[in-house]
Design a protein around this ligand. Structure first.
Ligand code: GDG
Length: 505
């Protein structure tokens, strides 16, 4: 970290606070820390730097503020809740965020609902988060804003006269310019983003798409530099753009995979499926994750390669999400229909091809499934990164598993050389990849999995936090981390299969 900034406090803003809230038997509210890698990686930094996490607790129940205070004492950093009215949640979260930004940034245009009232709610909610940040911070603090819900915060904070350094990280993809430009409020969004000192993307492709969109709005925009972090000058302002592929706490997953109980649980899963070849998928219920297409691919595999019938099982975990939205409910029904159709068509006594689980598994059980499976099917239609791919690899301590990965997952940028790469829209192609996996010899499986694990081990969540903070705190281009230059030059050259490469311009 840059020595001259040693006294900065570290503030994180995200739509949701990193806690899950529940009520005990006596009806009292209690909070526990969220489980994700992001929280694990940021919590120590927040503790060390007198930090604070500002976000919406997900409920307006009374007592939330007091609960955040007591949680803060335990966690060693401060939780600052932002309260949103039901109408704001509707327009800002369910509306602008989930019905415009989420589908459009994943290149799905049909579900978009460009209601002007959604934009107003998005502005109002961003003002609320900004007000909370303005009240709780000083100009010396470093503020890191997360994700598409809060793109306006830097601009709004600057309008209050605040000069704090502001970083932004986009967890989802940034779409190609022609798609982005459909948003009626495209100029406002781009101009607001340019007020951040550093804008972090998951991949070079996302960064490239952003630059192309900026150029369409500000003709004279210029990009300087190469590698992980570059500078952008547009509309008289200069900011930095970086690619920071998010990752996982690799070491923690390895430790869990080494636990005897988890190894036994994995054995039991294998035995329950009669030691057949196990395909595995774990996804939130979402149209971006490509679950129906994956089931179509499985059917294609059974049709084209009848020798696979009876040999393999797909374990598909689907985590309930946004169930109140009709489109999500319809997708769940479609998945259930496909599972029923495939099982109905191919099952024989003692064998059903698809084992479907619709619930959020306890974390340890998910680990056991990762360990038990021969091949992970990570086939989203578009995904910012996809952590399941990395978690699967980390848990594969015996290095016998196979990763089948979509070209359209952010993780493809780092892992495409060693995973079996597929186009998730091409069912027959994914069907063939399944067959290739079943017949892949042990030496090739090991070579590929070892290479994947080496990448995930080296570029873990702690690397990600360090890389972002280093870039955000540095004041001169020459201060950026140079030691990874060769790695970035290589990614720029080889960032995925040729048909998905957006050339740097
Ligand atoms: C967004 C972006 C980006 C899954 N099933 C269970 C379960 N999971 C956990 C996994 C993993 C997480 O959920 C899913 O993370 P992803 O990265 O795959 O996807 P999103 O939720 O869409 O996340 C994505 C990410 O942000 C980070 O920037 O990679 O592209 O869309 O950690 O372990 N966890 C438990 N039970 C399950 O059944 N406990």
């Amino acid at each position: 970290m840059h020595a001259t900034h040693a006294k900065r406090r570290f503030i994180v803003l995200s739509n949701r606070l990193p806690i899950s809230i529940s009520r005990n038997e006596n009806g009292e509210l209690s909070a526990s820390q969220g489980a994700g890698g992001l929280v694990t990686a940021l919590a120590p930094v927040l503790k060390n730097r007198g930090g604070m996490w500002i976000g919406w607790p997900g409920t307006n129940e009374e007592g939330v503020a007091a609960m955040c205070r007591s949680f803060s004492r335990e966690a060693g950093y401060f939780l600052q809740p932002v309260s949103l009215t039901e109408a704001e949640v509707e327009g800002f979260y369910r509306g602008f965020s989930n019905e415009i930004l989420w589908p459009l940034f994943h290149e799905f245009q049909t579900p978009c609902n460009f209601l002007p009232s959604y934009w107003e709610a998005y502005c109002t909610a961003n003002e609320k988060f900004t007000a909370a940040a303005a009240a709780a911070t000083t100009n010396d603090d470093f503020i890191w804003v997360h994700d598409y819900h809060l793109m306006l915060v830097a601009k709004m904070l600057k309008e209050t006269g605040r000069t704090s350094r502001l970083g932004f990280f986009l967890h989802i993809p940034f779409p190609p310019a022609d798609i982005f430009l459909k948003i009626p409020w495209r100029r406002q969004l781009i101009d607001a983003l340019l007020d951040y000192d550093l804008i972090g993307f998951q991949t070079l492709r996302d960064r490239h798409n952003f630059f192309e969109a900026v150029k369409r709005i500000h003709r004279g925009a210029v990009r300087k530099g190469r590698g992980q972090v570059v500078t952008l000058t547009a509309d008289g302002r200069t900011t930095r753009l970086g690619a920071f592929p998010i990752s996982i706490d690799f070491g923690a997953f390895v430790q869990k995979a080494r636990r005897v109980q988890n190894q036994q649980a994995a054995q039991e899963i294998r035995a329950a499926f009669d030691n057949r070849f196990l395909l595995f998928g774990a996804d939130r219920l979402d149209y971006t994750k490509g679950v129906p297409q994956r089931l179509d691919a499985l059917r294609s595999a059974f049709e084209h390669y009848p020798e696979l019938r009876g040999k393999l099982c797909l374990i598909q975990i689907l985590v309930p999400s946004r169930e109140e939205v009709p489109r999500y409910r319809a997708m769940k029904e479609e998945i259930e229909r496909l599972v029923g159709e495939i099982n109905g068509r191919y099952s024989t006594p003692g064998w059903a091809p698809v084992h479907f689980v619709y619930r959020n598994l306890p974390h340890e059980e998910l680990i056991a499934y990762y360990m038990a499976s021969d091949m992970a099917l990570v086939t989203p239609l578009r995904d910012g990164m996809n952590l399941v791919a990395k978690e699967y690899a980390a848990c594969n301590i015996r290095e016998t598993g196979i990763l089948c990965l979509s070209e359209f997952a952010g993780a493809a940028m780092e892992l495409h050389r060693h995973a079996i790469m597929v186009n998730p829209f091409d069912w027959d192609g994914v069907g063939k990849a399944i067959r290739d996996g079943v017949f892949m010899d042990a030496a090739q499986r090991r070579r590929r999995m070892r290479a994947i694990r080496a990448v995930v081990r080296r570029y873990d969540i702690f690397w990600w936090v360090d890389a972002f903070l280093e870039a955000a705190f540095s004041t001169h281009l020459e201060d950026f981390p140079q030691n990874e230059a060769a790695y970035w030059a290589d990614l720029e050259q080889n960032q995925g299969p040729p048909w998905d490469v957006a050339p740097e311009s």
